[in-house]
Write a protein that binds this ligand. Structure first.
Ligand SMILES: Nc1nc2c(ncn2[C@@H]2O[C@H](COP(=O)(O)OP(=O)(O)O)[C@@H](O)[C@H]2O)c(=O)[nH]1
Ligand SMILES: [Mg+2]
Length: 270
Protein backbone atom coordinates (compact mmCIF):
# COMPACT_ATOMS: atom_id res chain seq x y z
CA UNK A 1 0.00 0.00 0.00
CA UNK A 2 2.96 2.34 -0.44
CA UNK A 3 2.64 5.31 -2.71
CA UNK A 4 6.33 5.46 -3.53
CA UNK A 5 6.42 2.08 -5.26
CA UNK A 6 6.82 2.82 -8.95
CA UNK A 7 5.13 0.52 -11.36
CA UNK A 8 7.88 -1.27 -13.28
CA UNK A 9 7.74 -0.82 -17.03
CA UNK A 10 5.76 -3.53 -18.74
CA UNK A 11 3.67 -4.12 -15.68
CA UNK A 12 0.64 -1.90 -15.94
CA UNK A 13 -1.76 -1.53 -13.05
CA UNK A 14 -3.90 -4.60 -12.75
CA UNK A 15 -7.65 -4.34 -12.60
CA UNK A 16 -9.11 -6.95 -10.39
CA UNK A 17 -12.70 -7.99 -9.77
CA UNK A 18 -13.65 -9.34 -6.38
CA UNK A 19 -17.12 -10.49 -5.35
CA UNK A 20 -18.69 -11.40 -2.02
CA UNK A 21 -20.81 -14.49 -1.45
CA UNK A 22 -22.63 -15.99 1.50
CA UNK A 23 -25.99 -15.85 3.25
CA UNK A 24 -27.61 -12.58 4.27
CA UNK A 25 -26.33 -11.07 7.52
CA UNK A 26 -23.16 -13.11 7.81
CA UNK A 27 -21.17 -9.86 7.67
CA UNK A 28 -20.03 -9.54 4.04
CA UNK A 29 -20.60 -5.80 3.85
CA UNK A 30 -18.98 -5.20 7.25
CA UNK A 31 -15.85 -7.16 6.26
CA UNK A 32 -15.49 -5.11 3.08
CA UNK A 33 -16.14 -1.83 4.89
CA UNK A 34 -13.73 -2.82 7.63
CA UNK A 35 -11.01 -3.30 5.07
CA UNK A 36 -11.80 -0.31 2.88
CA UNK A 37 -12.44 2.13 5.67
CA UNK A 38 -10.42 0.55 8.46
CA UNK A 39 -13.31 0.74 10.83
CA UNK A 40 -16.42 -1.17 11.71
CA UNK A 41 -19.66 0.29 10.49
CA UNK A 42 -22.29 -0.93 12.86
CA UNK A 43 -25.28 0.00 10.79
CA UNK A 44 -27.43 -2.61 9.19
CA UNK A 45 -28.72 -1.76 5.78
CA UNK A 46 -29.86 -4.91 4.02
CA UNK A 47 -27.93 -4.77 0.80
CA UNK A 48 -30.30 -4.35 -2.06
CA UNK A 49 -28.81 -5.84 -5.15
CA UNK A 50 -25.17 -4.87 -5.36
CA UNK A 51 -22.91 -2.45 -3.57
CA UNK A 52 -19.89 -1.43 -5.47
CA UNK A 53 -16.58 -0.22 -4.10
CA UNK A 54 -13.14 0.56 -5.48
CA UNK A 55 -9.84 0.48 -3.67
CA UNK A 56 -6.18 0.54 -4.64
CA UNK A 57 -3.48 -1.72 -3.28
CA UNK A 58 0.12 -2.53 -4.11
CA UNK A 59 1.16 -6.14 -4.39
CA UNK A 60 4.67 -7.19 -5.39
CA UNK A 61 5.41 -3.61 -6.52
CA UNK A 62 2.44 -3.70 -8.76
CA UNK A 63 -0.49 -1.30 -8.47
CA UNK A 64 -3.82 -2.99 -8.37
CA UNK A 65 -7.18 -1.40 -8.82
CA UNK A 66 -9.63 -3.52 -6.95
CA UNK A 67 -13.31 -3.45 -7.82
CA UNK A 68 -15.39 -5.05 -5.13
CA UNK A 69 -18.94 -6.12 -5.86
CA UNK A 70 -20.78 -6.75 -2.64
CA UNK A 71 -23.63 -9.09 -3.36
CA UNK A 72 -26.90 -9.36 -1.49
CA UNK A 73 -27.37 -12.74 0.13
CA UNK A 74 -31.13 -13.04 -0.13
CA UNK A 75 -32.39 -15.47 -2.73
CA UNK A 76 -34.76 -12.71 -3.68
CA UNK A 77 -31.93 -10.84 -5.30
CA UNK A 78 -30.71 -13.72 -7.42
CA UNK A 79 -31.76 -12.02 -10.64
CA UNK A 80 -29.60 -9.03 -9.78
CA UNK A 81 -26.73 -11.16 -8.58
CA UNK A 82 -26.26 -13.57 -11.44
CA UNK A 83 -25.10 -10.87 -13.86
CA UNK A 84 -22.16 -10.10 -11.69
CA UNK A 85 -20.34 -13.40 -11.53
CA UNK A 86 -18.76 -12.88 -14.94
CA UNK A 87 -15.02 -12.17 -15.11
CA UNK A 88 -14.54 -12.58 -11.40
CA UNK A 89 -10.97 -13.19 -10.24
CA UNK A 90 -11.44 -13.40 -6.51
CA UNK A 91 -14.24 -14.15 -4.09
CA UNK A 92 -14.82 -13.91 -0.39
CA UNK A 93 -17.15 -16.68 0.69
CA UNK A 94 -18.45 -15.76 4.12
CA UNK A 95 -20.26 -17.61 6.88
CA UNK A 96 -21.08 -16.69 10.46
CA UNK A 97 -19.49 -19.01 13.06
CA UNK A 98 -22.54 -18.53 15.30
CA UNK A 99 -24.89 -19.81 12.58
CA UNK A 100 -24.69 -23.43 11.51
CA UNK A 101 -27.10 -22.76 8.63
CA UNK A 102 -24.79 -20.15 7.13
CA UNK A 103 -21.94 -22.69 7.16
CA UNK A 104 -24.11 -25.38 5.63
CA UNK A 105 -25.06 -22.93 2.87
CA UNK A 106 -21.47 -22.80 1.55
CA UNK A 107 -22.16 -25.72 -0.79
CA UNK A 108 -25.13 -23.86 -2.21
CA UNK A 109 -22.97 -20.81 -2.93
CA UNK A 110 -20.36 -22.88 -4.71
CA UNK A 111 -23.06 -24.40 -6.84
CA UNK A 112 -24.46 -21.00 -7.76
CA UNK A 113 -20.98 -19.79 -8.66
CA UNK A 114 -20.22 -22.73 -10.91
CA UNK A 115 -23.61 -22.39 -12.61
CA UNK A 116 -23.11 -18.73 -13.37
CA UNK A 117 -19.59 -18.66 -14.75
CA UNK A 118 -19.04 -19.66 -18.35
CA UNK A 119 -17.20 -22.90 -17.75
CA UNK A 120 -15.36 -24.99 -15.23
CA UNK A 121 -11.94 -23.58 -16.05
CA UNK A 122 -13.23 -20.08 -15.31
CA UNK A 123 -14.62 -21.29 -11.98
CA UNK A 124 -11.32 -22.99 -11.18
CA UNK A 125 -9.34 -19.82 -11.83
CA UNK A 126 -11.21 -17.83 -9.16
CA UNK A 127 -9.24 -17.40 -5.95
CA UNK A 128 -11.61 -18.03 -3.05
CA UNK A 129 -11.10 -17.04 0.58
CA UNK A 130 -13.47 -18.73 2.98
CA UNK A 131 -14.20 -16.27 5.81
CA UNK A 132 -15.40 -17.61 9.15
CA UNK A 133 -16.76 -14.33 10.54
CA UNK A 134 -18.08 -13.21 13.94
CA UNK A 135 -15.54 -15.12 16.02
CA UNK A 136 -16.45 -12.72 18.84
CA UNK A 137 -19.81 -14.52 19.18
CA UNK A 138 -20.72 -17.88 20.68
CA UNK A 139 -19.75 -20.57 18.22
CA UNK A 140 -21.94 -23.08 16.42
CA UNK A 141 -19.16 -24.06 14.00
CA UNK A 142 -15.68 -25.08 15.10
CA UNK A 143 -12.62 -23.76 13.32
CA UNK A 144 -11.59 -27.30 12.35
CA UNK A 145 -14.85 -27.86 10.46
CA UNK A 146 -14.41 -24.67 8.46
CA UNK A 147 -10.79 -25.43 7.70
CA UNK A 148 -11.66 -28.88 6.51
CA UNK A 149 -14.36 -27.59 4.16
CA UNK A 150 -12.03 -24.97 2.68
CA UNK A 151 -9.21 -27.46 2.37
CA UNK A 152 -11.38 -29.95 0.52
CA UNK A 153 -12.16 -27.26 -2.06
CA UNK A 154 -8.61 -25.93 -2.35
CA UNK A 155 -9.58 -22.57 -0.86
CA UNK A 156 -7.87 -20.28 1.64
CA UNK A 157 -9.40 -20.18 5.10
CA UNK A 158 -9.48 -17.33 7.60
CA UNK A 159 -11.26 -16.82 10.88
CA UNK A 160 -12.17 -13.22 11.57
CA UNK A 161 -14.34 -10.68 13.29
CA UNK A 162 -15.41 -7.61 11.38
CA UNK A 163 -16.37 -6.25 14.80
CA UNK A 164 -12.85 -6.38 16.27
CA UNK A 165 -11.12 -6.29 12.89
CA UNK A 166 -9.08 -9.38 13.69
CA UNK A 167 -8.12 -11.43 10.65
CA UNK A 168 -9.66 -9.13 8.05
CA UNK A 169 -6.48 -7.60 6.60
CA UNK A 170 -4.67 -10.94 6.51
CA UNK A 171 -7.49 -12.39 4.46
CA UNK A 172 -7.48 -9.57 1.88
CA UNK A 173 -3.68 -9.75 1.62
CA UNK A 174 -3.88 -13.44 0.78
CA UNK A 175 -6.73 -12.83 -1.64
CA UNK A 176 -4.89 -10.13 -3.61
CA UNK A 177 -1.67 -12.10 -3.56
CA UNK A 178 -3.50 -15.14 -4.89
CA UNK A 179 -5.18 -13.13 -7.64
CA UNK A 180 -1.91 -11.50 -8.79
CA UNK A 181 -0.22 -14.90 -8.77
CA UNK A 182 -3.03 -16.35 -10.83
CA UNK A 183 -2.76 -13.50 -13.38
CA UNK A 184 0.96 -14.07 -13.66
CA UNK A 185 0.32 -17.77 -14.19
CA UNK A 186 -1.88 -16.90 -17.15
CA UNK A 187 -5.12 -17.54 -15.28
CA UNK A 188 -4.17 -20.73 -13.54
CA UNK A 189 -4.77 -20.74 -9.81
CA UNK A 190 -1.83 -21.79 -7.66
CA UNK A 191 -2.73 -24.96 -5.83
CA UNK A 192 -2.94 -24.46 -2.10
CA UNK A 193 -1.06 -27.12 -0.26
CA UNK A 194 -2.12 -27.57 3.30
CA UNK A 195 -1.43 -30.43 5.58
CA UNK A 196 -4.22 -30.49 8.02
CA UNK A 197 -3.34 -34.00 9.11
CA UNK A 198 -6.92 -34.89 10.00
CA UNK A 199 -9.96 -36.15 8.17
CA UNK A 200 -13.63 -35.38 7.80
CA UNK A 201 -14.42 -38.68 9.50
CA UNK A 202 -12.45 -37.61 12.58
CA UNK A 203 -14.05 -34.17 12.75
CA UNK A 204 -17.51 -35.69 12.41
CA UNK A 205 -16.81 -38.23 15.15
CA UNK A 206 -15.62 -35.43 17.46
CA UNK A 207 -18.70 -33.33 16.75
CA UNK A 208 -20.96 -36.29 17.44
CA UNK A 209 -19.28 -37.09 20.74
CA UNK A 210 -19.51 -33.46 21.80
CA UNK A 211 -23.08 -32.81 20.75
CA UNK A 212 -24.89 -36.09 21.36
CA UNK A 213 -27.60 -36.06 24.03
CA UNK A 214 -27.03 -39.58 25.35
CA UNK A 215 -24.24 -42.11 25.74
CA UNK A 216 -25.93 -44.40 23.24
CA UNK A 217 -25.99 -41.62 20.70
CA UNK A 218 -22.33 -40.85 21.41
CA UNK A 219 -21.36 -44.36 20.36
CA UNK A 220 -23.91 -44.48 17.55
CA UNK A 221 -25.87 -47.29 19.22
CA UNK A 222 -29.54 -48.05 19.82
CA UNK A 223 -30.81 -48.20 23.40
CA UNK A 224 -30.39 -51.74 24.72
CA UNK A 225 -27.20 -52.45 22.78
CA UNK A 226 -25.20 -55.43 24.02
CA UNK A 227 -21.81 -55.42 25.71
CA UNK A 228 -20.22 -56.62 22.48
CA UNK A 229 -21.81 -53.85 20.47
CA UNK A 230 -20.64 -51.25 22.98
CA UNK A 231 -17.08 -52.52 22.83
CA UNK A 232 -17.08 -52.73 19.06
CA UNK A 233 -18.36 -49.18 18.68
CA UNK A 234 -15.84 -48.03 21.26
CA UNK A 235 -12.92 -49.63 19.45
CA UNK A 236 -13.87 -48.14 16.11
CA UNK A 237 -13.97 -44.63 17.57
CA UNK A 238 -10.91 -45.14 19.77
CA UNK A 239 -8.80 -46.00 16.73
CA UNK A 240 -10.04 -42.85 15.03
CA UNK A 241 -9.57 -40.48 17.93
CA UNK A 242 -6.85 -41.73 20.23
CA UNK A 243 -4.94 -38.59 21.24
CA UNK A 244 -1.62 -40.34 20.53
CA UNK A 245 -2.68 -40.84 16.92
CA UNK A 246 -5.10 -38.06 16.10
CA UNK A 247 -4.06 -34.45 15.62
CA UNK A 248 -7.65 -33.35 14.96
CA UNK A 249 -8.50 -30.43 17.27
CA UNK A 250 -10.73 -31.62 20.12
CA UNK A 251 -9.56 -35.25 19.97
CA UNK A 252 -8.50 -35.34 23.59
CA UNK A 253 -11.79 -34.03 24.92
CA UNK A 254 -13.73 -36.31 22.57
CA UNK A 255 -11.69 -39.32 23.64
CA UNK A 256 -12.52 -38.62 27.29
CA UNK A 257 -16.22 -38.44 26.41
CA UNK A 258 -15.87 -41.71 24.54
CA UNK A 259 -14.25 -43.49 27.47
CA UNK A 260 -16.84 -42.28 29.95
CA UNK A 261 -19.73 -43.16 27.61
CA UNK A 262 -18.37 -46.67 27.22
CA UNK A 263 -17.89 -47.08 30.99
CA UNK A 264 -21.44 -45.89 31.69
CA UNK A 265 -22.96 -48.14 29.02
CA UNK A 266 -21.05 -51.24 30.14
CA UNK A 267 -22.28 -50.72 33.70
CA UNK A 268 -25.83 -50.75 32.40
CA UNK A 269 -25.18 -54.02 30.53
CA UNK A 270 -24.29 -55.94 33.73
N1 LIG B 1 -20.81 -9.63 16.59
C1 LIG B 1 -20.51 -9.39 15.32
N2 LIG B 1 -21.43 -8.87 14.49
C2 LIG B 1 -21.09 -8.65 13.21
C3 LIG B 1 -19.81 -8.94 12.71
N3 LIG B 1 -19.79 -8.65 11.39
C4 LIG B 1 -21.02 -8.16 11.09
N4 LIG B 1 -21.81 -8.15 12.18
C5 LIG B 1 -23.25 -7.75 12.25
O1 LIG B 1 -24.00 -8.65 11.43
C6 LIG B 1 -25.06 -7.97 10.77
C7 LIG B 1 -25.00 -8.20 9.27
O2 LIG B 1 -23.83 -7.61 8.73
P1 LIG B 1 -23.72 -7.24 7.18
O3 LIG B 1 -22.31 -6.87 6.90
O4 LIG B 1 -24.77 -6.28 6.80
O5 LIG B 1 -24.04 -8.67 6.55
P2 LIG B 1 -24.24 -9.07 5.00
O6 LIG B 1 -25.72 -9.21 4.79
O7 LIG B 1 -23.56 -10.38 4.85
O8 LIG B 1 -23.63 -8.00 4.17
C8 LIG B 1 -24.94 -6.51 11.18
O9 LIG B 1 -25.86 -6.29 12.23
C9 LIG B 1 -23.53 -6.36 11.68
O10 LIG B 1 -23.43 -5.36 12.65
C10 LIG B 1 -18.84 -9.51 13.62
O11 LIG B 1 -17.69 -9.83 13.29
N5 LIG B 1 -19.26 -9.72 14.91
MG1 LIG C 1 -24.48 -6.80 2.67
Amino acid sequence: MSHSAKVPKGKPALRVKIISMGNAEVGKSCIIKRYCEKRFVNKYLATIGIDYGVTKVTQKERDIKVNIFDMAGHHLFYEVRNEFYKDTQGAILVYDVSSRASFEALDYWMEELSNEVTNKSEADSIVVCVCANKTDLRRAVDESEGRLWADAHGFHFFEMSALSGEGVNEMFEALFQGVVQTCENGGRREPITTQLGYTKEQIEAIQKLKNARSDHERLGLMPGASKDEVNKAYRRLAVLLHPDKSVAPGSEEAFKLLVSARTALLKRCQ
